[in-house]
Design a binder for this molecule. Structure first.
Ligand code: SF4
Length: 311
């Protein structure tokens, strides 16, 4: 049984301009111990998918489909049960530490609060554990840093606080949303090493627009575009022998591969193009691409793709 099985998941948000379809019929399985990278351009639905798993989406979200964790549908769980599971079993390293941390609470208190939500600890025990967690994520001078406010820490240190908070209750499954975004190259490498080390025995979903990060941490990659998954496979296969024209374009747009941009821009999530959603930007599009939406098909046991041309 997969640890996490997402089946035909759609998430949309009503707006004045129409229904924004952020996640569109996504199916994905994550096996125990696997590290899966969810990659794609900003606004393709990656974060919404992650937030749907931990059920932290705004109340106006319309969600259809199934998200089964160890066989149990998270979408059908009562809020109290979900609250107990969140943090204890499934934890999310939220994007943007500047806005995710409470600016008026010392970081040690914030970690301790997360600990006390799930573990029976006194305030003092939780604070000691918070310092230990900061030590585990290689925070310099952890006891002093625990007594500081988020604005007194650097961006890399704040990211370490979020990671410490997510790991504090020893969850089995971690969702990390763009944990290296906005960090300088040196700090980025340190955070990658930290996540690699801290999640060795765990399952991970790494949401990132950075292929380099996914390649270094993940053993599988799912490529998202306009709310759907276009290609999925082992990291090695996806990075060295991708089939989908979008995946190839996305790889070539990475600084290490020549920074060649994909022409055009992502489609509106309110009004998708007909047929293949990528066809207005695809140099290989043919007539069929403009009218028939390609199904996901397996090229190999561990490689599937949604493109009429890939066989
Ligand atoms: Fe391009 Fe057609 Fe494949 Fe879509 S289905 S990616 S338009 S070749």
């Amino acid at each position: 049984m997969a640890l996490l099985e997402i089946a035909d998941l759609s998430v949309s948000f009503p707006t004045q301009d129409g229904l924004v379809k952020a996640v569109d019929h996504v199916s994905l399985k994550i096996r125990e111990g696997r590290k899966v990278g969810l990659i794609g351009e900003t606004g393709c639905g990656k974060t919404v998918l992650g937030m749907a798993i931990v059920r932290l989406l705004q109340s106006t979200a319309r969600i259809k489909g199934r998200i089964a964790y160890r066989g149990r549908d998270l979408l059908l769980m009562k809020e109290g049960e979900m609250r107990r599971l969140r943090g204890r079993e499934i934890a999310m390293i939220l994007q943007n530490p500047t806005t995710s941390l409470n600016p008026v609470l010392k970081v040690g208190d914030q970690i301790a609060e997360a600990i006390r939500l799930h573990l029976e600890k006194s305030r003092e025990e939780a604070l000691n554990l918070a310092v230990k967690m900061l030590e585990e994520v290689h925070m310099p001078d952890p006891a002093r840093r625990a007594r500081q406010y988020p604005h007194e820490l650097s961006g890399g240190m704040r990211e370490r606080v979020l990671i410490a908070m997510a790991l504090a209750c020893r969850p089995s499954f971690i969702i990390a949303d763009e944990p290296t975004k906005g960090l300088d190259a040196k700090t980025k490498m340190q955070i990658i090493d930290l996540i690699k080390g801290a999640t060795q025995e765990k399952s991970l979903m790494m949401i990132t627009h950075d292929l380099g990060v996914a390649g270094q941490i993940c053993d599988q990659i799912a490529v998202m575009y306009a709310g759907e998954i276009l290609e999925w496979g082992s990291s090695e296969e996806i990075l060295s022998d991708p089939c989908h024209p979008y995946t190839r374009g996305f790889i070539n747009s990475h600084p290490s591969r020549g920074l060649v941009p994909i022409p055009g821009s992502s489609p509106s999530l309110i009004d998708f193009p007909s047929g293949c959603k990528f066809h207005p930007r695809c140099a290989l599009a043919t007539d069929i691409c403009k009218t028939i939406h390609p199904e996901m098909k397996a090229l190999e046991e561990e490689h599937s793709v949604r493109c009429h041309l890939c066989t």
